[in-house]
Design a binder for this molecule. Structure first.
Ligand SMILES: [Zn+2]
Length: 91
């Protein structure tokens, strides 16, 4: 599933995969898009490996992978992983 992004500059809906806005050429920030990485997103838009680590009972690893992929804070990663844990019925 592709998430929709709106241009931060002009608010126009951006085409999936385009790096810049079609209308105003502002640079678009795609959620979860690592710089040049080819990592696929897992269920719920999670970075690759997070779900697998969680299923394997390795929550710390899941949080670490999430943080690396999203460049998020520890708290954000922990919250996201715990939400996923509940989603998967592991909580
Ligand atoms: Zn724009």
């Amino acid at each position: 599933m592709v998430s929709t992004v709106h241009c931060p500059n002009c608010g126009a809906p951006a085409q999936a995969g385009s790096a810049t806005c079609f209308y105003c050429r502002a640079v678009l920030a795609w959620p979860g898009a690592p710089g040049g990485g080819a990592q696929a997103s897992g269920p719920g838009g999670m970075p690759a490996g997070v779900v697998e680590a969680l299923r394997a009972g390795n929550k710390i690893e899941a949080i670490r992978l999430y943080r690396e992929a999203r460049k998020s804070s520890l708290l954000d990663a922990k919250n996201a992983v715990e939400a996923l844990e509940k989603q998967l019925g592991l909580g």
